[in-house]
Design a protein around this ligand. Structure first.
Ligand code: PLP
Length: 440
């Protein structure tokens, strides 16, 4: 083991012993049986085949569909990205013009490139591009302005935990004969909380879920849940278009183990954690630390630390590390914590201490506004044209040929086909980007 720097770096990180408030949901807790990696098989007569499943994988998917109340569920070991690609391609059967929330993850924008989708952007309720929920009125208005829309695609919950009213939006979409597709990457656990806000329970036609983010599943384990009859046929074929022919059995088996856990002790454990996070949210409120307004994921803790003087991602990370915790994400204004039952009492104590050390003044300091850049080409047209990489400072007025974004949260500051303006340059240089890919 002399030249295994990646492996050694992971071990070194582990030895720091930070309380993990980030993905994956299992928190390196020893949830999985120790022989899981020894089951790294390929598709064999005994082990079924993911895209032609008719044996144990088919059964695992059927059980998962029952647990989540879906008409059909497909397993992915290629992350939520594969589920997003699949659900968007299913909706393309009806047409390529779609409403997409502008705070969509880059995996959705990339899929627009792959499939030639024409996005009509919906702006979240806060008026910015980055975060916030989508209101039913916004969807209603867009659908009355555009009569040829195939589907509406949005992210709920957001990285910060904000929930859109999926039930009301589904009603709007269905009245207009439009599919509702929900990126629920951060909300697999919602199905198990007191008030079930999982998109499938609320009427979405399909929902892509990063099981690994908030449930005890190995990284890469995800699911596509189907909620309408139109998408039950040809679904595997749609997924096979994008998926690797070598799906990981340890990842898929971890999904099966998680399903079994959720059918037994898991629900109670998640509901107990919901109470513990509620107490942390109350503590943050008492400390004057604002949280996202409106309906939010009960398990997601996102606090505005800027109003307590803790500004800038570096300072936020330093503060968390000094308190022995590793957050999911610091954006300079807010810090996001992903909390699951696999966080220990010790983890909760550390987080409690860190929150107790901050005193804010209740009014969040908002991130600088980012106006919607002007869209001149379809994302696919921009990416497929001849491109060049130019210094960011010289790019004003040029058409972007790639998504540029901080990751996390992976929400593009600029989407391919949009015109780069000063505010985009400022936002990207603030995260250290120095060049950008443009159409020639
Ligand atoms: C909102 C959202 N959607 C989709 C994805 C992609 O998920 P995955 O990494 O499982 O492919 C992410 C990843 O962070 C995400 O935050």
């Amino acid at each position: 083991m002399n030249d295994t720097s990646l492996y050694q770096a992971l071990k070194a990180h582990q030895q720091k012993g930070f309380a993990p408030f980030h993905t994956p949901g299992h928190k390196q807790s020893g949830f999985f049986p120790s022989d899981l990696l020894s089951l790294d098989y390929t598709e064999l007569p005994d082990t079924d085949a993911l895209f032609e499943a008719n044996g144990i994988l088919h059964q695992a998917e059927e059980k998962l569909a029952r647990l989540f109340g879906a008409r059909r569920t497909l397993i992915s070991s290629g992350g939520c990205t594969l589920a997003i690609q699949t659900m968007l391609s299913l909706a393309c059967r009806k047409g390529r013009k779609m409403l997409l929330a502008r705070n969509s993850h880059r995996s959705a924008v990339n899929t627009c490139v792959l499939l030639g989708i024409e996005p009509i952007w919906l702006l979240p309720s806060d008026g910015g591009c980055f975060t916030g929920s989508i209101s039913p009125d916004t969807v209603e208005q867009a659908l009355s302005e555009h009569t040829d829309i195939a589907a509406c695609y949005l992210t709920s919950p957001t990285y910060y935990g904000e929930l859109s009213d999926i039930g009301a939006i589904a009603a709007v979409c269905h009245r207009h004969g439009v599919y509702l597709l929900v990126d629920n990457a951060h909300g697999s656990h919602l199905a198990f909380l007191q008030d079930n806000q999982h998109p499938i329970a609320r009427g979405a036609d399909a929902s892509a879920c990063s099981l690994h983010k908030t449930l005890p599943v190995l990284t890469g384990g995800a699911a596509l849940h189907i909620g309408c009859d139109d998408f039950t046929e040809g679904t595997k074929e749609a997924m096979a278009l994008f998926g690797s022919t070598s799906p990981s059995y340890p990842i898929m088996a971890s999904i099966d183990l998680c399903r079994e856990y959720m059918e037994n002790n898991g629900i109670n454990a998640y509901r107990r954690t919901e109470k513990r996070v509620t107490a942390l949210k109350q503590l943050a409120a008492a400390q004057g630390l604002p949280q996202p307004p409106g309906r939010c994921d009960p398990l997601r803790l996102a606090i505005n630390t800027a109003c307590a003087g803790l500004i800038g991602a570096e300072a936020q990370i330093d503060y968390c590390h000094a308190h022995g915790i590793e957050p999911e994400f610091c954006d300079g204004q807010n810090v996001v914590f992903i909390i699951t039952p696999f966080n220990t009492d010790h983890d909760f104590r550390k987080l409690h201490e860190a929150l107790s050390g901050l005193t804010g003044h209740d009014t969040p300091i908002p991130a600088p506004p980012l106006p919607l850049p002007q869209q001149q080409l379809l994302p696919r047209e921009a990416v497929m044209s001849p491109t060049e990489t130019v210094p960011l400072e010289d790019s004003e007025g040029r058409i972007a040929a790639d998504s540029a974004c901080p990751c996390p949260p992976g929400i593009p500051v600029i989407v391919p086909g949009e015109v780069i303006d000063r505010s985009v340059i400022q936002r990207l240089s603030a995260i250290g980007q120095t060049t950008i890919c443009c159409k020639q």
